[in-house]
Design a protein around this ligand. Sequence first.
Ligand code: CA
Length: 168
Amino acid sequence: MLKLTVLCVCVATIYGYPSFLSYIPNGHMVPNPCPGYEGTYWTLVGHRFPVRRQFFQEQSDIRKKLVAQGLNAMDMSVSLLNLFGEAFKNATFSWLKICQEDSDGDGLTNGQELGDPNCEFPAPTARLVNPMGHPGICDNTQADMPNCLAPKADICPKAPVRNSLPVV
Ligand SMILES: [Ca+2]
């Protein structure tokens, strides 16, 4: 049982490791499109959670639920990936295999969303532009999204609580 637990932690941690961001264009500057998170980045692009703190909290919560139900915790890492992360994993972490896909169904290719519209990354001559969206969340503001697979309402974490100054 101890070996299984260690393996589960390793698998989940590997998929959350930031080095995967270097496998995709502009991986460190993907905007967080969720309400209340304006101006921040989704630092774990392939995951359902934008930052490591939320990732590890969710990982811990899922582990506790699975253990309480007597279930196998091996499914934990899969459930923490978003649609883009699943596609990336299924493509054996090859950007060029999924660049032309629209993982979240919002009408923009993954390449358009991450600033590699011509799918040239990781070539040194790749002409990258700033990312225009998140490849795992429907955030196309230029068109309707009838084929959306990942609506913000289902993906976005709760808006952070802002500290406010007392009214004097
Ligand atoms: Ca998107």
